[in-house]
Design a protein around this ligand. Structure first.
Ligand SMILES: Nc1ncnc2c1ncn2[C@@H]1O[C@H](COP(=O)(O)OP(=O)(O)OP(=O)(O)O)[C@@H](O)[C@H]1O
Ligand SMILES: [Mg+2]
Length: 259
């Protein structure tokens, strides 16, 4: 798993809550521009790993490097999409999307406005710019949160269950949007999901997490193929991933598939 050219490198990272080592000496590398789906049982440590990579919490031991720089605090260029979205009831969609740019840069008022509108348009929510969260549908809220994350043009995007709270139809459109943005921006992306189809649709590499934060990588050759969800091969790949997960849970050993 050692890769000198990796964009993200975890070296012997451990993190514990009290007595429990949620992540135990994890070494992992993530390549630039690749999309990774992180899947694993509830409570196994997926959100903890994302928090570590975001720099919100620090490893008890070991180190994390992003672009060869040791991570010691949250980076401006890392975007984080929270499961609960984190939209404030007192902010309109416009204000919410504007906020990260205002915080991180001294952008002029006019260019701030045009940036926000660019993203409102990109995510097809232009009509919603004056609305507060309670006036938005679940899918629209998701788009506002996504626009707010993407406006700083992150080079590393972390998403914790980005589509769990939305209905099936909206989910597909948000997934298509995430995939289109990923292709366009070539962002390195790591997202958590409980949905195997989502992992196969959005993940170029699927990471299965087990006890102690052990990770198995499964390359996904179907990633990015046009209309792949309309093919039997896609569903066969989902079955294969499911078998893998079941096997992982049964066996107490790790198969490491290097890319
Ligand atoms: N602040 C905390 N204090 C103590 N234990 C915690 C804390 N946060 C998480 N844990 C524990 O750490 C473990 C990993 O939690 P984490 O949230 O990373 O799991 P997860 O894989 O994201 O689960 P889920 O799929 O349910 O979101 C769990 O056993 C959880 O109970
Ligand atoms: Mg979680």
């Amino acid at each position: 798993m050692k890769n000198k050219d990796a964009f993200i490198r975890l070296s012997d990272v451990s993190y514990r809550f009290g007595e429990r080592a949620v992540i135990n000496q994890l070494s992992l590398s993530l390549d630039k521009g690749v999309s990774y789906a992180l899947i694993g049982q509830s409570g196994i440590g997926k959100s903890t790993l994302l928090q570590l990579l975001a720099g919100f919490i620090s490893p008890d031991s070991g180190s994390i490097y992003i672009n060869d720089k040791k991570l010691i605090k949250p980076r401006v260029k890392t975007g984080f999409l929270f499961q609960e979205l984190g939209l404030f009831p007192w902010q309109t969609a416009f204000d919410s999307i504007k906020m990260p740019l205002q915080m991180h840069t001294s952008v002029q008022k006019e260019s701030l406005k045009s940036s926000v509108f660019k993203w409102l348009k990109e995510l097809q929510i232009e009509d919603c710019h004056e609305r507060y969260p309670h006036e938005l549908s679940g899918g629209q809220k998701q788009r506002v949160a996504l626009a707010r994350t993407l406006i700083t043009e992150p080079d590393f995007l972390l998403m914790d269950e980005p589509t769990t709270a939305i209905d099936a139809m909206t989910k597909e459109s948000i997934q298509a949007l995430i995939l289109a943005q990923h292709k366009k921006q070539q962002t390195t992306m790591l997202f958590v999901t409980h949905d195997i189809e989502e992992a196969v649709y959005l993940g170029e590499v699927i990471l299965i997490m087990r006890e102690g934060g052990k990770i198995t990588r499964i390359p996904n050759p179907l990633f990015g193929i046009e209309n792949n969800r309309e093919t039997l091969a896609f569903y066969q790949a989902c079955i294969d991933v499911r078998k893998h997960i079941n096997l992982e849970m049964e066996l107490d050993e790790v198969f490491t598939h290097n890319k």
